[in-house]
Design a protein around this ligand. Structure first.
Ligand code: 5GP
Length: 140
């Protein structure tokens, strides 16, 4: 595995970051290009390029820390009304830094942030077909 990413440098203390939370497994800091004011990143200290490489227990910790940060964002001077979690896994999903990270994005009315999508309403048979396929993959 190529261990070099900017997040590995931040974790090692070789690159600067505005840290918000740290424990043995996880570090959280301000995103350098915030989508909204207060945008945070939660990263595992152990390198993992993708969800497939991430220890599920550490993934659980990312979510737990994200929950605490969401509450802190609401209580802080960021003063948001809502929070989005976002995680890009893979280039096609928009991942740019290949060290798993959970975005914690504060939301206020009219902040301009949002997902672009083309919602469809597939037939139940199509939903069932894919559900069966995914269920099968889960048990492989
Ligand atoms: P991705 O697109 O991989 O999900 O998100 C990468 C995020 O890392 C982006 O939101 C980007 O602004 C942030 N980022 C990239 N380089 C740095 C850096 O050097 N410091 C910090 N704090 N954030 C960074």
């Amino acid at each position: 595995m190529d261990p070099y990413t900017i997040f590995a440098e931040i974790i090692a203390g070789r690159a600067p970051a505005s840290k918000v939370y740290e424990d043995d497994d996880v570090l959280a800091f301000m995103d350098i290009r915030p989508l909204t004011p207060g945008h945070l990143l939660v990263v595992p200290k152990m390198a993992a390029r993708s969800l497939a490489e991430l220890d599920p227990a550490i993934g659980g910790k990312l979510f737990q820390v994200g929950q605490r940060l969401a509450a802190a964002l609401r209580a802080s001077e960021v003063g948001c009304d809502g929070v989005n979690f976002f995680l890009a896994d893979g280039v096609t999903a928009g991942q740019e830094v290949f060290h798993v990270h959970l975005h914690v994005i504060p939301r206020t009315a009219g902040d301009g942030f949002g997902l672009r999508a083309r919602p469809t309403h597939p037939r139940r048979a199509d939903l069932d077909y894919l559900a069966t396929s995914i269920r099968g993959a889960l048990n492989r």
